[in-house]
Design a protein. Structure first.
Lengths: 110, 115
């Protein structure tokens, strides 16, 4: 069975401070990991995927297979980063569906 | 707007009534997914279609739930004899096909409230 765990429901940081959102997963195969973001009154959208190794909006995430983690980091948080963030797992052997964590609400204070 | 659309955006119904939601995917996408999201949780997979074929159904999808995608384009999700536990946000997503990951694009969701 696959599972995605986001241990923090809420995360509050000051503008300019670093932010790290934790994500751990359990899956026996070779999954792909993603971070999705939902800004206020907007739909869920893809932020980044581990396979692309991109930095999007200053965010990066490294897949650590030994620790089965995919933490999301940004060195200097901005107020526009306030949103709901979901870690998600995908595998073609699991019928192409996404399995999401419960989400972390990030609030960046001025 | 060429993204995924869902209708209605909000639905309030009384327990025991039937409801139907519609999803229009991005036109060239052959995969369509339904997810359900309850308060404080991430989206949970319900079912998905490749073209008109329904290929997978979650255990979450009781016999009261049925989904169709008759012509491989739009999809409907019907809930019969609604219960208060059905209150949730119902999300639709679509993607291209193939064996590699194709980004799933989400609709705005339909929020169902069962009184």
């Amino acid at each position: 069975a696959q599972r995605v765990t986001q241990p923090e429901k809420l995360l509050s940081v000051f503008k300019g401070a670093p932010v790290e959102l934790k994500c751990n997963y359990s899956y026996s195969g070779s999954p792909e990991l993603f971070w999705y973001v939902q800004y206020s009154r907007q739909r869920l959208q893809l932020l980044l995927r581990h396979i692309s190794r991109e930095s999007i909006k200053g965010f990066t995430a490294d897949l650590n297979k030994g620790e089965t983690s995919f933490h999301l980091k940004k060195p200097f948080a901005q107020e526009e980063d306030s949103a709901m963030y979901y870690c998600a797992l995908w595998s073609r052997s699991n019928d192409y569906k996404l399995s999401f964590g419960a989400g972390t609400t990030v609030t960046v204070r001025a | 707007d060429t993204g995924v659309s869902q209708d209605p955006r909000h639905k309030i119904t009384k327990r025991g009534q039937n409801v139907t939601f519609r999803c229009d995917p991005i036109s060239e996408h052959n995969r369509l997914y339904w997810y359900r999201q309850t308060l404080g949780q991430g989206p949970e997979f319900l079912t998905y279609f490749q073209n008109e074929a329904q290929l997978e159904k979650s255990r979450l999808l009781s016999d009261r739930f049925s989904a169709e995608r008759p012509k491989g384009s739009f999809s409907t999700l019907e809930i019969q004899r609604t219960e208060q536990g059905d209150s949730a946000m119902y999300l639709c997503a679509s993607s291209g096909g193939g064996t590699v990951y194709n980004e799933q694009f989400f609709g705005p969701g339909t929020r169902l409230t069962v009184l």
